[in-house]
Design a protein around this ligand. Structure first.
Ligand SMILES: Cc1ncc(C[n+]2csc(CCOP(=O)(O)OP(=O)(O)O)c2C)c(N)n1
Ligand SMILES: [Mg+2]
Length: 386
């Protein structure tokens, strides 16, 4: 193009060009129980037996108790790190409660209660947070390894769901992810392909308002996560993530649609009340008032109000649940302590089915280093001292 052919002023026109815009998307937020504990939509209360309603509560208290105990264990130097789900109990438990044991769960880290509900042992979960990778193989439970590389499990789950579809299975792949994960390339690739292939996958985004210190508004220009589904040709469901019954409804519905060949992106709007992990200090990037505001929207309290309304609260012995979980926790810590030492060579062994010559070389170099610097053993042993 030469100088003369360039327009004098770029891009000005009076033409009325039709465009789809965010204003065209009105994403309603599904809710069954209000923040003050009253039922807003009696029709939407799931049709569950009383003992199932109570079970749901038990699992929420388990999630909270496990988080408290694990955080303390880390403080004593007995876990490497820990990511608490405090404030997200309704999202974590309500979603897991809508799944079957045949479904596959692709975890992202905060959903201890969901994994325990679906067959993972507490010992293996604790060993995972001690950095023992072979326990994270999570045998016996349909639980994939944790997605430490954010979003990396999304395309993998799509692949698993494709396999489920080809096998004619009646199980789904359920992915737990954070709002931050929706800004990764893997999210786009995984979700796009799920839409194209019509696989039985549910992508469950816990929008807890932060990706470490990055607030949701600074991470995406979109108003909601749920609306992103439209671009992938799938349904999006937005739900109050502190309303356990609404979350249960949303995931049960999404699961049915997914099995019928329509994968769904669910957004549960919630809040991460604890630090990102035990190595983070959230007072550096958010105000106490904000945290207090979300404490008033506590998911466990809200569900208690619902149970009280139904006359079910008398059947709940919260102290007994906490004690039972604490006992199981103590036993799990003892079992984790008794777990055999692992050979550091496993770090290299589990990368490929057959180690490459380069990996063999790296392993030799590593062993050499350990011979020369015996004090390094203290840093790589999984079993904490004391
Ligand atoms: C690919 C990748 N980039 C960056 C990180 C560092 N990182 C760890 S957690 C995290 C934020 C995750 O936020 P979100 O997905 O919202 O989940 P949340 O922790 O809030 O539950 C980041 C950026 C990582 N682990 N992987
Ligand atoms: Mg987040």
């Amino acid at each position: 193009m030469n100088e003369q052919s360039r327009p004098e002023s770029p891009g000005s026109t009076d033409a009325d060009v039709a465009a789809v815009s965010e204003r065209d998307v009105d994403v309603a937020t599904h809710r069954v129980v209000d923040a003050d504990g009253s039922v807003v939509d009696p029709e939407a209360v799931p049709d569950l037996a009383d003992d199932r309603f109570l079970d749901l509560y038990r699992w929420m208290v388990l999630q909270r108790t496990f988080d408290e105990r694990a955080t303390k264990l880390q403080r004593r130097g007995l876990l490497g790190t820990y990511a608490s789900g405090q404030g997200q109990e309704a999202s974590i438990i309500g979603s897991a409660f809508a799944l079957t044991d045949d479904d596959w769960i692709f975890p992202y880290g905060r959903e201890a209660g969901a994994l325990l509900m679906h067959g993972l042992s507490m010992r293996d979960l604790l060993l995972y947070w001690r950095g023992v990778e072979d326990a994270s193989r999570m045998e016996g439970a349909n639980v994939f390894g944790f997605a430490i590389s954010i979003g990396s499990h999304i395309p993998v789950a799509t692949g698993k769901a494709w396999g489920q579809k080809l096998d004619g299975s009646d199980a789904v792949s359920f992915v737990n992810l954070g709002d931050g994960a929706t800004s990764t390339g893997a999210f786009h690739e995984g979700i796009n392909f799920a839409g194209v292939l019509g696989v039985p996958a549910v992508f469950f985004t816990q929008n807890n308002q932060y990706a470490i210190s990055m607030p949701f508004e600074e991470q995406t220009a979109a108003d909601t996560v749920a609306q992103k589904a439209i671009a992938y040709g799938m349904d999006g469901i937005r739900v109050d993530g502190n309303d356990v019954l609404a979350v249960y409804n949303a995931v049960a519905t999404a699961r049915e649609r997914a099995l019928a060949g329509d994968p769904v992106l669910v957004e549960a709007v919630t809040y991460r009340r604890a630090a990102h992990t035990t190595s983070d200090d959230p007072t550096r990037y958010r105000e106490d008032e904000e945290v207090e505001e979300w404490e008033r929207r506590d998911p466990v309290e809200r569900y208690r109000s619902f149970l009280a309304d139904r006359g079910l609260l008398e059947a709940v012995d919260e102290e007994a649940i906490r004690e039972e979980v604490s006992e199981l926790f103590d036993e799990a810590v003892a079992a984790a302590d008794a777990y055999p030492e692992r050979d550091v060579a496993e770090l290299f062994r589990y990368v490929h089915a057959e180690p490459t010559p380069e990996l063999e070389r790296q392993l030799e170099e590593f062993r050499d280093l350990l011979d020369r610097r015996p004090e390094m053993h203290d840093h790589i042993e999984h079993r904490p001292k004391g």
